[in-house]
Design a protein around this ligand. Structure first.
Ligand code: ADP
Ligand code: MG
Length: 654
């Protein structure tokens, strides 16, 4: 290998296990940021594979057949234009003429100085996605390169964004590493026998990921790494399942007398689906090994009652139950609800939050460490705060989609082999369920309790916000209550922020404001006021997404709805129309693909599929929040066949 010898002559080779700071230009600050994405060593950085790659089409002139494709055009600069968009954003448009004279343009945002960079007559190469408006061609997300530059290859790569680290620098560092890594010290474990044919020289493979000569070469290498990731996933799943099966459970059988007592605590008769789910869960609670179940059901299908019925079976044996919610607000809601349901029972209901006084906390920890039936609600703080349980019998994780994959793992490992019930309102496609939850049995709720239909959503253009105001006025006049959800708190007075919307609506309605930065007591006070009807309109952020249960709520208004995801918006509309009256959801802002989908259907399963199509699988997996580094090459949705092969190979060798 010529490159290696010449590199050796000049510079020292770097061992792949070395820390990032060995690389010129990476200081402790940047290293810290990279570590958040689970990149700590040079090998990790080499394994930070591009998320997307696309073939580049070299064209002489723009043409309709290449629309929406990635193209490279040679052109001569005709001139530049500077314009200002709302929000004081500057836009510089560079006008070009292609070789045959066809005009096209490339626009840049917030870089006004670019106007001076390109002069009429300059020859340049422009790369990006070809678009057309009317008869005019343009290049979206353009890259302008010197005309003298030799093309670097036909494949364009896109890396995932890392906060606080410029993409260009990342590419630069990876480039240095490709040349300076000591490949003799770099080895990965062999693939399972059944997949051995895919093994290849690591250096070649990594080069093909970051510097591919062709799409085919890249795809071969990607398949290799995707297989590795799939194998690792299934091995982890197998280990988790086997561990669970081999550990002794805490059998909690439910006899007729206990069953009666449990039902007596629930304020309603279970639906058939809830009933079936409770029976399935009880079957597993009796077993020799701990239960592991994923309960999925759309918003409003009544998962909480199923969880509580299950918890009561465990509590009746004198064990503790931990109920984990993704937000403090939701934890508080569940806590308040269950305290009502279990009033004057032998069960102590507790709430653990991050904002307790140290003295209160110590006293509470002492109580929790005592044996006896205790139902404890909290966020993940519950497990990071050092709470010790006497005998933790069941962990319930609510709204799993709001937690990251690794958070879930960490939580489950904390317990002393408790039963585990994971709940999610985001229906998980089969492939994802196989990988993320392969160790869990899936139980599904499809039916909704009587009178709990999901309300329809309508789009309201930003300019037509007055329509939303009229709807609020009408709802309030009929003694209904209204949620208004904003994308941000906006303490600095941001337009569309909850603070500012609250100020505006306060003049016309009796309003309260609730968001994550308020102290627990104020937040609770606002919610109580809303629930008791002392105010008509509750303004807040997505803290309102889950768990705020008010029967009189008839209208949900979402401000700047384009800034929310499908799952969130669907959850939000699940907050209204829970009583006898018909509800309504208004999604304000520009009409996006997501908003159109929500207005079209109320079926959570259909929406989840649509969501997957629009966004890809990354967000559904929760990789955004958690930096789940194991999936750099694998796409659990696209790579279905590959997943199945990896699964067979893992099962074959274990
Ligand atoms: P999820 O968590 O699945 O979105 P919840 O558990 O919050 O749904 O239940 C939604 C609403 O339906 C709650 O107000 C709850 O009290 C009510 N509910 C649940 N089960 C029943 C039932 N069997 N009959 C009547 N109401 C129910
Ligand atoms: Mg719920």
């Amino acid at each position: 290998m010529a490159s290696r010898e010449s590199a050796e002559a000049k510079v020292e080779l770097l061992p792949p296990g070395a820390p990032l700071t060995e690389l010129p230009g990476i200081g402790p600050k940047v290293a810290e940021r990279l570590a958040l994405s689970r990149i700590s060593t040079l090998a990790d950085l080499l394994g930070f594979f591009p998320r997307r790659y696309r073939e580049l089409r070299e064209l002489d002139a723009p043409e309709d057949s290449a629309l929406a494709q990635l193209v490279r055009l040679r052109g001569t600069v005709r001139g530049t234009r500077l314009a200002f968009l709302p929000g004081r954003r500057a836009m510089v448009t560079v006008e070009f003429a292609a070789g045959d004279g066809t005009p096209f343009s490339a626009a840049f945002f917030n870089q006004p100085w670019l106007r001076k960079t390109y002069k009429a007559g300059d020859a340049r190469i422009v790369e990006g996605e070809l678009a057309k408006k009317g008869t005019r061609y343009s290049i979206k997300q353009p890259k302008i390169l010197a005309a003298s530059l030799q093309p670097v290859g036909e494949v364009q790569l896109r890396y995932a964004e890392i906060e606080g680290v410029a993409a260009a620098r990342l590419v630069q560092w990876i480039g240095i590493l490709l040349d300076r890594t000591d490949w003799t010290k770099f080895a990965l474990p062999p693939l399972p026998l059944l997949l051995r044919e895919h093994d290849a020289d690591l250096h070649t493979l990594v080069l093909a990921m970051h510097r591919p000569a062709s799409v085919a070469e890249h795809e071969r290498a990607r398949t290799h790494f995707a297989l590795r990731e799939a194998v690792a996933l299934f091995r982890a799943v197998e280990v988790a399942r086997r561990n669970r099966e081999q550990r002794p459970g805490l059998p909690c059988a439910v006899d007729a007398a206990l069953d009666l007592r449990i039902r007596g605590r629930l304020p309603f008769v279970l639906t058939d689906d809830q009933e079936a789910a409770v029976q399935q869960l009880r079957e597993r609670l009796k077993g020799k090994s701990p239960m592991g179940v994923l309960l999925q059901g759309d918003v409003g299908t009544g998962k909480t009652a199923v969880a509580v019925a299950t918890a009561l079976a465990v509590l009746a044996r004198g064990h503790q139950v931990a109920f984990l919610a993704p937000t403090e607000l939701l934890a508080e809601q569940h806590y308040a609800l269950v305290r009502r349901w279990l009033a004057e029972s032998g069960v102590r209901v507790e709430l653990v939050t991050g904002s307790q006084k140290p003295a209160d906390k110590r006293a509470q920890f002492l109580r929790l460490a005592k044996p006896g039936p205790q139902f404890v609600f909290g966020t993940h703080v519950l497990f990071s705060s050092g709470v010790e349980f006497a005998q933790l019998g069941l962990v319930v994780i609510d709204e799993q989609h709001r937690f990251g994959v690794d958070q879930r793992m960490a939580l489950i490992q904390k317990g002393q082999d408790p039963h585990v019930l994971v709940m999610t309102a985001t229906p998980i496609p089969r492939t994802l369920a196989l990988t993320m939850f392969g160790d869990l049995d899936v139980v599904t709720l499809r039916q909704r309790p009587p009178g709990r239909r999901i309300v329809r959503a309508f789009h309201v253009a930003t300019e037509a916000f007055a329509r939303a105001l009229r709807s609020i006025t009408r709802a309030v006049a009929r003694r209904g209550r209204v949620f208004v959800v904003c994308p941000a708190v906006g303490e600095d007075g941001e337009k569309g922020g909850a603070v500012r919307v609250h100020e505006a609506l306060q003049k016309r309605f009796s309003c309260r404001l609730v968001h994550g930065r308020l102290p627990t007591r104020e937040r609770q006070e606002a919610l109580d006021a809303f629930r008791d009807g002392r105010c008509d309109v509750l303004i807040g952020t997505t803290v309102l997404e889950v768990g705020v249960d008010v029967a009189e709520a008839v209208l949900m208004v979402v401000v700047a709805a384009d800034r929310f995801g499908i799952a969130t918006l669907h959850q939000l509309r699940g907050r209204v129309g829970r009583g006898r009256r018909r509800g309504l959801c208004l999604l304000c802002g520009p009409k996006t693909e997501r908003i159109t989908a929500l207005c079209r259907t109320t079926d959570g399963f259909l929406l989840a599929e649509e969501d997957l199509r629009i966004r890809g699988s990354g967000e559904l997996l929760g990789t955004q929040q958690s930096g789940f580094s194991e999936l750099r090459a694998l796409d659990p949705v696209e790579d279905f066949e590959l997943l199945m092969r990896a699964r067979a190979a893992v099962k074959g060798t274990s």
